[in-house]
Design a protein around this ligand. Structure first.
Ligand code: GDP
Ligand code: IMO
Ligand code: MG
Length: 424
């Protein structure tokens, strides 16, 4: 059975949650392998809206196993709150499993995220301040606390005391902020550990066994390609690998189990936080798209910056993820704009055409987008039930996207609901 990967191909919030929820109706297992509660994935069904941060978007189906793999960083009170919210809405959590190798986001990570952003001043990254970067720092430094530690109180007390006291020195002596009450935090987190213990299981083994037994597996990406620590717009990125390669290290499986990699894009571009954005719009059209598309963060409520579709970014994503297809969401949001623009390439100061996304932001700042103009559409397409029903100019837009990105568009989103997705 095929294993599919669903990844974001811009700067996150492309509508991955919706696509996973749709595909999960035919899947046996959904797996998250990176990121943490910096993610916010929205699923809409029959007017019911679910906002998921850590729990895979397959959770709404009773028969779908939901796995949190070793590459995720997990904030215990955040996942417990999410679990309570789902339970209160009648969603079963029996099929949720968390790998014991998952790293725990501790209050000192959150404190250090805020303190380092403050220290950066104008050069801040614009993080979600959820402690994601500092937690991955500790993982790489080899002083992180893992799920296995959290559910074993004696081990946790000992390790967390050592690392917590050290972190307090950073908070107090380097950043001049209020120190934390480490013993109280440790006891609070041990309680969380006891609540989460029934869900802990070896996700690498579970996914591999599912694969061997011919089950259909879906890997749910968080964030997006341009937020990737290695191939994204460094340093304005997150601290994990949202590209498809991240699923192997973040789950503990080999790349050979995957045979379909779907990139999710918006029909335009958005970005939350700081950092470069070549096709960003600062005019009335940008404000219109932001308002119509309700471009405000699922998680933090921050306004998303808005711009035209950028095929340079998409070609970068096709290559770095090995995409086999694209899902293009929010085409409906572009209705009513007389002329649409797509960035086909960049131009440097000498007037030379640049077709590949540059490695450094110092190069990127000297590039300007080259646009192709396309006719817009005025129809309300949100009720279209098949791709054929779309107006001619919509199909022209999608064909253009497909040709410029060198990747076929398999799904087109015309609204936030499960049934507003047109398969081609
Ligand atoms: P994710 O982080 O990639 O899962 O995306 P988010 O959930 O953060 O943001 C995407 C937003 O767009 C959510 O509010 C979705 O409900 C909404 N959405 C997804 N697809 C479509 C679409 O085709 N049309 C419209 N209008 N909204 C959509
Ligand atoms: P989903 O999964 C959009 C952005 C933050 C910031 C940068 C670093 O919903 O697409 P971090 O807190 O990760 O250290 O912040 O990454 N960011 C996201 N932007 N969608 C997300 O997730 C994001 N997760 C992180 O805004 O610019
Ligand atoms: Mg989101």
């Amino acid at each position: 059975m095929p294993a599919k990967v669903v990844v974001g191909v811009q700067w996150g919030d492309e509508g991955k949650g919706k696509i996973i929820d749709i595909l999960a109706s035919r899947a046996d297992m959904v797996v998250r392998s990176q990121g943490g509660n910096n993610a916010g994935h929205t699923v809409e069904n029959n007017g019911e809206v679910y906002k998921l941060r850590l729990i895979p978007s397959g959770i709404l189906y009773n028969n779908t196993d939901c796995m949190i793999g070793c590459g995720v960083v997990l904030n215990p009170p955040s996942i417990l709150e999410e679990m309570e919210e789902l339970k209160a809405r009648g969603i079963s959590l029996e099929k949720l499993k968390i790998d014991p190798r998952v790293h725990i986001v501790m209050p000192w990570h959150v404190a250090l995220d805020g303190a380092s952003e403050k220290f950066r001043g104008n050069a801040e990254i614009g993080t979600t301040r959820r402690g994601i970067g500092p937690c991955y720092m500790d993982k790489a430094e080899r002083c992180g606390l893992r799920m296995f530690d959290l559910i074993n109180p004696e081990i946790f007390r000992q390790k967390a005391t050592t690392v917590g006291e050290l972190k307090n020195r950073f908070i107090k002596e380097i950043y001049n902020e209020q120190p934390l009450d480490i013993p109280a935090i440790i006891e609070e987190y041990i309680e969380y550990g006891q609540k989460l213990a029934p869900y802990v299981d070896d996700v690498s083994v579970k996914v591999y066994n599912a694969y061997k037994n011919g089950k259909e597996i879906l890997f749910e990406g968080a964030q997006g390609t341009l937020l990737d620590l290695d191939v994204g717009t460094y340093p304005f990125v997150t601290s994990s690998n949202p590209i498809s390669g991240g699923i192997c290290t973040g789950t503990g499986v080999g790349p050979n189990i995957v045979d379909e990699i779907i990139g999710v894009a918006k029909a335009y571009t958005t970005r939350v936080g700081k950092g470069p954005f070549p096709t960003e719009l600062f005019d009335e059209t940008g404000r219109l798209i932001q308002k119509r598309g309700n471009e405000f963060g699922t998680n933090t409520g921050r306004a998303r910056r808005v711009g035209w579709f950028d095929s340079v970014i998409l070609r970068h994503a096709v290559r770095t993820n090995g995409l086999t297809g694209l899902a293009v969401n929010k085409l409906d949001t572009l209705s009513g704009i007389e002329t649409l623009k797509i960035c086909v390439a960049y131009k440097n100061k000498k007037g030379e055409i640049v077709k590949n996304f540059p490695c450094s932001l110092d190069e990127l700042k000297d590039l300007t987008p080259v646009y192709e103009e396309l006719p817009g559409f005025t129809e309300n397409i949100s009720k279209c039930k098949s791709y054929d029903e779309l107006p001619k100019s919509c199909k022209y837009y999608i064909n253009k996207v497909e040709n410029l990105c060198e990747c076929s568009v398999k799904m087109v989103g015309v609204g936030p609901s499960r049934n507003q997705n047109l398969e081609r």
